[in-house]
Design a protein. Sequence first.
Length: 330
Amino acid sequence: MKHKFNKYERVAGVFLLAAVLGVLLTAVSVAVRQGWFAAKVYYSTTFENADGIHPGTLVQMAGLRAGAVEDVELEADNKIKVNFYVLSKFQARIRQDSSAQLIRPFIIGDRVLEVTVGSEDSKPMLPYQMLASNETMDIMSLLSGKALGSNLAKLSVTLENLAHLVEALTSKDRTQSLVRIFDRLDPLLANVEVMASEMTKLSRQATYKGNLQNVVSNLAVTTQELNNILPELNRANPELAKDVAEMSKNLAGLTKDFRVLGPALNAVGPELPQATKRAVEALNETVVMLKAMQKSMFIRGSVQEVREEEAATAAAAAKNRKPADVGTGK
């Protein structure tokens, strides 16, 4: 026996069917907007710390929803590997120079995975390749329990060191020393200014009309001439190097002797001027006495004879001198 629906039941059935169809259309529309039916391209990246990221975390490109995180894994090297996908329409904008980073769109809220847009001149990134990552820090990460403890410990050590510094500076002796240091800064700066002025003058003199360039050029020419002369001098006189070495050795010995005689000369040095003066006076007296003796009647004739003999001897020596000896100056 067939059941017949009355008018009210038929109207209720129509409204129920319309509601179901509306829900299905809304679900399909949301799925299309969310990209559930769009093609997906998968990539991966690694982070040192993936705090706040989990499967389903939003993936953005230039602020647009581009995909989601598929999986999060802990690698053997303690790095966090993040596998994610983007919709196929965003694949062309992911290049070799693209990178992934974790950001927080607002001060508070969930973190998202941001993929930067690559440049046009870079090669496209193939699916399932590894993207480079950039570690970022935000306020919520700094205030998290994991980072807050270490940050507070560092702050405590810094405050303790600052307290020691303040305590040291409040000492009267160190404060006075610090004041003296500041007092000496003014003369020091004045000396530095004078030195800078002198250096400026010196540099001007060195560069005036190319003086420094001329000196360097002349030195180069002199060095070149020495390089040309020394081989010829060595070939002309092979014993020159030995003579120079012997001369250096003798000079070293003479210097050593002077070092030995130095204390003795220093000891008699104050008496040398007086002794020299006395010796000169004695010689003068001797000359006077000899001249007086020459005028004496007893030795006047003998002096004249001696002078004549000396003159004759000198004339004979000049007459007998050989021409070769005269030419050589002997």
